[in-house]
Design a binder for this molecule. Structure first.
Ligand code: NAP
Length: 343
């Protein structure tokens, strides 16, 4: 139905406001409709805060209209006690006539339970409206729950002749200032940023969010340094934000800095497992080429964001060959941004 699509699209648009603020929860939006008119809206704004349904119901001025209303929710209402009471119960309590859902929740704590509760209470229930759009919006959440690892975004900048760095390891500045600002926005949207040891050595990146307002704390920094070769003077060890260094040698913990020892045989898989256990829902990997190639080869990636700048190096370190399906392309001033999905 056209109206279903319209109201569900609104719920998805509201949900998107939670990007970078609700992890490891999903982004959820909710619209309350009475006789074809929106009378309430809400979204999950902050991890631990009220869910979308609660905010939407609260926003309705005339609560007497609720029993004659339909709630459009972008994700199946929860049926368990988490940090807040179950939303399915609230919808039942308020006597909402009909609940229309975009995606069912693959979290085993919910998985159909919310829809069942509603149906048993006599609420009309429909689901599957704009399902694909909903899965794309919450791709971090669904990957985290279903693959038991963070959603992995690979990001790099390359010259038009395919290089990521010059032979002397210099890679400054391939992309333009607007593209770099966009990367800071992306950092603010993800739970963690990862780079390889050589990138720390040659670029000494800070891996924080400087050119974009941060909603919460800066993302977790992740470094791979298997033999613990990096000296402590690099920015990533300044303990200004949480940082994990994965290695083969030792476990140690200081304020804002953890060294985590893994086994060589399944190093990257174990690292992803550890991040999953730590509730890290998404990681943006910012190079270098060796680390990106490794993740691509192992299929440990979900999305690639590649800037191609109209510059040539003629020689140096090649960028990886993109894999997957081209999802979208756009210009960021003179640089082309291509986004690929691993599906
Ligand atoms: N243009 C761009 O977007 C961009 C972005 C970042 C960096 N760069 C440039 O890229 C260059 C550095 O890149 P790089 O390719 O030389 O190095 P890198 O990717 O930064 O570092 C290689 C990483 O891969 C890890 N690794 C290698 N084999 C592994 C395995 N079997 N299992 C797990 N981890 C493994 C290494 O760990 P170990 O150290 O323990 O071996 C290291 O952490 C610099 O010139 C930098 O300026 C360019």
């Amino acid at each position: 139905m056209e109206a279903d699509v319209l109201f569900m699209q609104r719920a998805l648009d509201l949900a998107r406001n939670g990007l970078g603020r609700v992890s490891p929860n999903p982004m959820v939006g909710c619209v309350i409709v009475h006789q074809g008119r929106i009378i309430g809206e809400g979204w999950h704004q902050q991890y631990g805060g009220p869910h979308a349904e609660v905010n939407a119901i609260r926003s309705v001025t005339d609560q007497d209209l609720l029993p004659e209303s339909t709630a459009y929710v972008s994700l199946e209402p929860c049926s368990h006690w988490g940090k807040t009471p179950p939303c399915a119960n609230l919808l039942i309590e308020k006597g909402i006539k009909e609940v229309v859902v975009c995606n069912t929740d693959s979290n085993p704590l919910v998985a159909g339970g919310g829809l069942q509760l509603l149906t048993e209470a006599g609420t009309l229930v429909r689901w599957g409206i704009l399902e694909e759009e909903g899965r794309l919006l919450n791709r971090r959440f669904f990957t985290f729950i279903e693959k038991k690892r963070p959603y992995i975004i690979l990001k790099w900048a390359q010259t038009v002749d395919g290089y990521m760095a010059r032979p002397n390891f210099d890679s400054k500045w391939i992309s333009n200032p607007s593209a770099r600002k966009l990367v800071h926005q992306w950092r603010a949207e993800e739970d963690a940023i990862m780079v390889g040891r050589q990138t720390v050595q040659y670029d000494n990146p800070q891996l924080n969010v400087r050119s974009w307002p941060v909603q919460g704390q800066n993302p977790l920094r992740i470094i791979i340094d298997r033999q613990l070769q990096l000296e402590r003077h690099y920015h990533v060890f300044d303990r200004q934000q949480p940082t994990r260094c994965y290695n083969l040698k030792e476990n140690a913990r200081e304020e804002n800095l953890a060294f985590i020892r893994l086994n060589e045989a399944h190093f990257l898989e174990e690292m992803m497992q550890d991040l999953h256990q730590g509730g890290i829902q998404s990681v943006i990997v910012e190079g270098g080429p060796q680390l990106l190639e490794l993740l691509l080869a192992k299929g440990l990636w979900d999305e690639s964001r590649i800037f191609t700048a109209p510059k040539t190096f003629g020689e140096g370190f090649y960028a990886p060959r993109p894999k997957g399906k081209l999802w979208k392309s756009q210009l960021v001033f003179e640089d082309r941004l291509d986004v690929f999905l691993n599906s």
